[in-house]
Design a binder for this molecule. Structure first.
Ligand code: SF4
Length: 323
């Protein structure tokens, strides 16, 4: 991590049981219990896996949310893809972990996720609504290579003919083409890759744990060829770094060539906590850009409407691209 704080976390500091710890914070994770820890070895070196049993996997989104889905599943917390701008970083703070290195290396694994999802899908209370995955962590990050939770959940959703969507940067999704294809034969399955740029320098700097963006483009091609409708979010577009017209048209053209079923460009969003993290990262690497973004975003999380239009620029109209 570059130039950011390192809030300490200890075994005793994990806060899964907030309701009774006197910390005065909401009991967001009171239904998850840490019971084991594994230090990653071999291809998982550098990671630590915190095993929890979760009481509930299918979670409703807040009523005020303007997202196009009402329910989510996130089998992990934290994400080894380590995107500097990641909107989900603050989710680790609630656990007594930090939003910097801990978010990237201490991955919470809901080891009972598949059995819980199966039980919740069987419940007479469940109405069969679309479920989104990839909203707070990447379901195909490195941990999935070890735990296979997303694969099990895809199988469960497919068997129940329950519609679902997956947003990812992980080319590991190609491992699961077989179960995704089976699910798509029974219900509505949609995938999307987040591919912000093909600029090597920007990718290596800002998404250092995620697969190369050209490998993601090829994954879009393979999934669509397998009959799994897969679109692309060109996101986040970083003003002053990845918003040059030639950069945007390059990534859009590659995705259209790969058969992307939709192209959705989105400008950088910096919610509180993430903004401080990302600007500290830029201070160490591109201080002039950090100063520019401080001025442009001010106290806001989003650019104004006209500024967003200017940033998405030549690919703005592709927001309506649908095959
Ligand atoms: S892949 Fe998604 S969830 Fe993972 S760090 Fe990047 S933005 Fe966050």
């Amino acid at each position: 991590m570059v130039g950011v704080g390192t809030a300490a976390s200890t075994d005793q500091g994990f806060r899964w049981r907030l309701a009774g710890d006197g910390a005065g914070q909401p009991a967001l994770f009171s239904d998850e219990e840490l019971f084991d820890r594994h230090v990653g070895r071999g291809e998982f070196r550098g990671l630590e896996f915190l095993h929890v049993n979760a009481k509930r996997l299918i979670n409703p989104v807040p009523a005020r949310s303007r997202m196009g889905f009402r329910f989510t599943i996130n089998a992990y917390r934290g994400c080894s893809h380590s995107c500097e701008f990641c909107f989900a970083r603050p989710t680790h703070e609630y656990l007594g972990l930090d939003i910097h290195d801990d978010f990237e290396r201490k991955i919470v694994v809901k080891v009972n996720a598949v059995e819980r999802v199966r039980a919740e899908l069987r419940s007479p209370k469940w109405g069969g609504a679309l479920i989104a995955m990839g909203t707070n962590t990447d379901p195909y990050q490195r941990a999935e290579g070890k735990y296979h939770l997303t694969r099990g959940i895809v199988e469960a959703l497919g068997e129940a003919a329950n519609p679902f969507s997956i947003l990812t940067k992980g080319t590991l999704i190609l491992r699961d083409v077989d179960v995704l294809t089976e699910a798509a034969a029974r219900t509505d399955v949609r995938c999307a890759f987040s591919i912000a740029t093909l600029d090597e320098e920007a990718w290596k700097a800002t998404e250092r744990g995620a697969p190369h963006p050209r490998r993601r483009v090829e994954a879009v091609r393979k999934l669509n060829a397998a009959g799994i409708p897969t679109g692309v979010l060109i996101a986040p577009i970083i003003p002053g770094w990845t918003d040059r017209p030639e950069q945007l048209t390059e990534v859009a053209a590659a995705c259209i060539d790969a058969g992307a079923t939709s192209i959705t460009p989105l400008a950088l969003h910096l919610r509180p906590g993430v903004k401080e993290h990302f600007l500290a990262f830029l201070d160490a690497r591109r201080p002039e850009l950090a100063a520019d973004l401080r001025a442009r975003y001010g106290a806001r999380s989003y650019l104004s409407g006209p500024e967003q239009q200017a940033v998405v620029g030549p690919v703005g109209d592709l927001g309506r691209h649908r095959r």
